[in-house]
Design a protein. Structure first.
Length: 318
């Protein structure tokens, strides 16, 4: 499978949605549900399924595949080890499928699409000259993502880290993202005011905690995923000095985003944030699979897929 997704052939573009459906369809029989509560924008998106589980599943898979394709495009335009492969797209599907047996459509999926676009904008900040429009776009993308999931506001410092990695300090460039992130909230506040709706409906949605979803049965998947992540981080750090300056800056940003996603999951303990963590983990592990020997890459991928299948079977068999 690794060799297949390294070739960037047209067949891979079809395999990504097929694999996503393979991992998500069993969830219908295993009792997977959509996120019941959330922000107003997410609930509007959820209405598109008209209450049909299959439509809801198709929307979720479409958002995951869109994130996978966009991440591959971002990677191909920057100096990453996996830039000439479709491994990042494959791993977005794999890591996002960790919740497939218990949770389908959730607010992190549309927010992830915007976060990938934001990540690409930050990576492009290395260019010389004024980048005020680009910096504003990063704030707008993050602000819009936070309208789907307010927890994404925690990732705002990643923009400042990116400016610190790629640009000399300029207080205007550091201020503009704040304005950009605030504009979507200002727009929605005006909408709530005009329609006489309490703004608290957007600020304080109700959520389902990890403890309610009983993720303890997935301990093998969590163990394999955590071990693979630590192995990938260690390999990346050990080979850091061998990289070009541009590659070092990109890797710093990737590790920063990974850290903030992991921190958000630990602090807020919301299941949908597992999907947020899937984006940086996909790129980090894709780089790792391109760096290590083929035998180690095959073993790591086999262990991850086996743990994922085992997680699906446990849910199906009760």
């Amino acid at each position: 499978m690794i060799q297949l997704f390294k070739n960037r052939g047209p067949v891979v573009l079809l395999l990504i949605p097929i694999l996503c459906l393979v991992f998500y369809v069993p969830g219908i029989f295993a009792g997977s549900v959509d996120q019941k509560n959330g922000t107003t924008l997410f609930l509007l998106l959820k209405e598109l399924s008209f209450g049909f589980p299959l439509l809801s599943l198709l929307i979720a898979c479409t958002l995951i595949c869109l994130s996978a394709y966009l991440l591959n495009r971002v990677v191909s335009d920057n100096e990453f080890d996996a830039r000439n492969t479709y491994l990042p797209g494959l791993l977005v599907v794999v890591f996002s499928s960790a919740l497939a047996p218990i949770l389908h459509l959730n607010e992190a999926l549309p927010a992830n699409v915007l976060m990938v676009l934001m990540f690409g904008k930050i990576l492009a900040m290395h260019r010389k000259g004024p980048i005020h429009e680009m910096v504003l776009d990063t704030g707008l993308l993050l602000g819009t993502a936070s309208l789907f999931s307010p927890y994404y506001l925690m990732f705002f410092p990643v923009i400042w880290f990116g400016l610190n990695f790629f640009r000399p300090f300029n207080w205007r460039e550091w201020l503009i993202p704040l304005i950009g992130a605030g504009l979507p909230w200002l727009f929605i506040a005006c909408f709530f005011y005009v329609t006489n709706r309490p703004f608290g409906e957007l600020l304080q949605p109700k959520y389902t905690h990890l403890s309610v979803l009983n993720l303890g049965r997935s301990w093998i998947l969590w163990l394999v995923g955590t071990g693979l992540t630590l192995w990938a981080v260690a390999t990346t750090v050990l080979q850091f000095n061998q990289r070009t300056l541009r590659s070092k800056q990109s890797i710093r940003l990737l590790l920063t985003l990974t850290g903030f996603c992991a921190l958000a999951l630990i602090i807020f303990r919301q299941p949908q944030l597992v999907n947020a963590l899937a984006i940086p983990l996909a790129l980090l592990v894709a780089n790792f699979l391109c760096l290590v020997k083929r035998i180690y890459a095959d073993l790591a991928m086999a262990a991850l897929l086996a743990a994922l299948v085992q997680n699906e079977l446990i849910s199906l068999l009760g």
